[in-house]
Ligand binder design. Structure first.
Ligand code: SAM
Length: 220
């Protein structure tokens, strides 16, 4: 059973490296699946300026984490969910962190593939996701042992298709509008503009409402 994953906290140095290698940026949303005492979501919010969602099945850990988040005044940026991560929607994530077991990662894989958007980063402490090829595998040394960090990226692309009509748009969006050619993906536009994929998606949504973008094709 997935609930059998024991509570073993990731050391601080490992948590920091997980968030660094996944390139968490301010305003992005980090999900920790099985978040224990909340150390990953706390660091994501405090050191990386992220918003975060912490999902924990054990009542004692959930209560403890909820208290800690309130004490740290992070309750406006960190949501703590008491529940089973198999049943929690995760499509809003920019980054997913996990410290589980290979067998649990294997069971989670179909959910991750179904719900996460292309370009979402998944970072796992010590355990691979069977069948996925990591884009990075790194050893992190801590006092008495070494830890492995695996970084994955959800493949595919989201491609905004421009509408044929000429519509005037707010000037803040004009750089993005120039990049819409029906071939470039949201990830490529994010790279070119220096914005996060999340921000580009928000702007593309606005442009869809304004009639500048016809649709966003998702290729998985
Ligand atoms: C190894 S600990 C990792 C804690 C934290 N992510 C960290 O890295 O410090 C795994 C946690 O996952 C929780 N867990 C196990 N199965 C779960 C499930 N199905 N849904 C939510 N939490 C779960 C456990 O209670 C435990 O706190």
């Amino acid at each position: 059973m997935p609930y059998d994953v024991p509570y073993v906290p990731s050391p601080e140095v490992v948590v920091r490296r997980m968030l660094q290698v996944s390139g968490v940026r301010p305003g992005e949303v980090v999900y920790d699946l099985g978040c224990g005492d909340g150390r990953i979501v706390v660091m994501a919010a405090k050191e990386f300026g992220a918003r975060a969602v912490c999902v924990e099945i054990r009542n004692d850990l959930y209560e403890q984490t909820l208290r800690r988040i309130k004490e740290l005044n992070l309750d406006n940026v960190v949501k703590v969910i008491h529940g089973n991560f198999f049943e929690v929607p995760i499509e809003d994530a920019d980054v997913v962190t996990m410290y589980l077991l290979t067998s649990v990662n294997q069971m989670l894989r179909p959910k991750l593939e179904r719900e996460l958007r292309p370009g979402t980063r998944v970072v796992s402490h010590d355990f691979e996701v069977p069948g996925w090829k990591p884009i990075l595998a790194e050893d992190v040394y801590e006092e008495w042992r070494s830890h492995k960090i695996y970084l994955f990226k959800i493949p595919g692309a989201e491609i905004p298709i421009p509408a044929q009509t000429q519509v005037s748009v707010p000037s803040e969006y004009s750089d993005i509008v120039k990049l819409l050619d029906g071939r470039r993906s949201i990830e490529e536009i994010a790279q070119k503009t220096g914005l996060t994929m999340r921000r580009v998606r928000e702007i593309v949504n606005e442009l869809e409402k304004l009639g500048v973008v016809k649709e966003v094709k998702v290729i998985k």
